[in-house]
Design a protein around this ligand. Structure first.
Ligand code: APR
Ligand code: PHB
Length: 381
């Protein structure tokens, strides 16, 4: 079949948070775009991912006109709890930095953005990008091939996408941690008012939440752990052990989703080749301890939208030219913070590292300077 030929100003690969927010911000500026996504809409809307929004990112979503449900359903948290050596310590971000975070699931942000009726083609196959000719090609859900000539192409297609490979001569960094997170979603009211990050001799555990009736919890497990090793009762028993405190009980309820996520850092640079730009997980992955991945992806999309708007509207390339360097600076701050949190809270590799880790935890829990540093990074630096 001959390909349908068309033109657009911006071709976007991937309908995750980065691609959708970029599409939304460009649409608000009257810039034409097409978004192609290789999964179906229901899959994209149901995918369970992160859930903590930095203070400035919440404002960004409001300014994109998708803040109404966030403001109604999002839960504003003033801080987190750090638990180690059998005690739980509260870090009050509001007091330390004047800022808060909002607990609101990535999947809800995706739904809010899709509700703005963006031009998304779902279930496409064989997506390709040719940055030299700025051509985005794909086969649509009915099997029809398309070739779209674009002024700019945005690769927002996540870690497993195809866009990154179209940036020649890139430098990549990767570090895999020797553990994974087993995550559950459960129909049970959270047993805590704010997130608990717990360091325990059995491994790390995190108590997060999604709403007053839905809890989200995670356990550190070995990297190659089969899900079959974790019947629901074992998951609850292990969570109860790692969060145990006298006088506190973990509420249990039906588990509705279980998944295992590897823990890794991945960064590629530059995030640009010619008129192709990378945003979000296609360019960087941070371990989830510190909840930076979603915030980085949305911040990439915001700066890219601004740069594209300047370029298309006013023929000014300066912001686009600065995009990769500017985002790399933020990405590496987030990588450092996420690695620091990860290594402070997960099983230490040897007894010496374990002593350093306990000293670090005691220091964060008792020093206002250290707590402020954590709070500043967590709420958005
Ligand atoms: N063609 C079209 N779409 C693709 C292709 C392809 N070849 N490959 C991947 N995609 C789609 C994926 O199906 C997905 O919907 O690109 C989208 C990328 O979305 P995300 O993986 O959610 O990445 P991003 O938008 O950058 O958001 C990052 O997701 O993994 C979390 O912690 C991370 O919260 C952060 C967020
Ligand atoms: C989540 O709610 O999914 C979550 C919260 C905090 C993290 C990671 C994940 O650090």
């Amino acid at each position: 079949m001959t390909a349908a030929m068309s033109r657009t100003q911006v071709g976007i690969v991937g309908a995750g948070p980065a691609g959708l927010l970029l599409g939304r911000l460009l649409t608000l500026q009257g810039i034409d775009c097409v978004i192609v996504e290789n999964r179906g809409r229901s899959y994209v809307e149901a995918r369970q991912r992160a859930g903590v929004i930095e203070h400035r990112i919440a404002d960004l979503l409001r300014s994109a006109g998708v803040g109404a449900r966030l403001d109604r359903l999002g839960l504003v948290h003033n801080g987190i709890y750090l638990q180690f050596d059998g005690s739980r310590h509260h870090l009050d971000f509001k007091d330390l930095t004047g800022r808060t975070v909002t607990v609101y699931a990535q999947t809800e942000i995706v739904k809010d953005l899709l509700a703005t009726e963006l031009p998304v083609s779902f279930d496409v196959t064989d997506t390709r990008v040719d940055p030299s000719g700025s051509v985005l090609s794909y086969v649509d859900a009915d099997g029809r091939p398309h070739e779209v000539t674009c002024d700019i192409i945005a690769g927002c297609d996540g870690f497993h996408g195809i866009s990154r490979a179209a940036v020649p001569g890139r430098t990549e960094w990767q570090r895999d941690f020797p553990y994974a997170w087993l995550g559950i979603l459960a129909d049970v009211p959270p047993s805590t008012d704010e997130l608990i990050y717990a360091n325990h001799p059995h491994g790390f555990a995190l108590h997060s939440l999604r709403s007053p009736t839905v809890s989200r919890l995670y356990l550190q497990v070995p990297p190659d752990e089969p899900l079959s090793a974790w019947p629901h009762e074992r998951i609850w028993d292990e969570l109860a052990t790692r969060f145990a405190l006298p006088g506190w009980t973990l509420r249990r309820g039906p588990i509705t989703d279980v998944s295992i996520t590897p823990m890794r850092v991945f960064v590629t640079t530059p995030m640009r080749h010619g008129r192709l730009f990378l945003a979000g997980d296609s360019a960087h992955i941070v371990p989830p301890t510190g909840a930076k991945g979603l915030n980085l992806a949305l911040a990439d999309a915001a700066l890219l939208a601004e740069g594209i708007t300047e370029f298309i509207r006013h023929s000014r390339p300066d912001l686009l030219d600065a995009y990769s360097d500017s985002r790399q600076e933020h990405v590496w701050r987030a990588v450092h913070f996420a690695v620091w949190m990860t290594e402070m809270l997960h099983t230490a590799p040897d007894p010496f590292a374990a002593e350093l880790q306990r000293s670090q935890l005691r220091y964060v829990a008792s020093s206002r300077a250290m707590a402020t540093s954590l709070a500043e990074n967590y709420t958005g630096y």
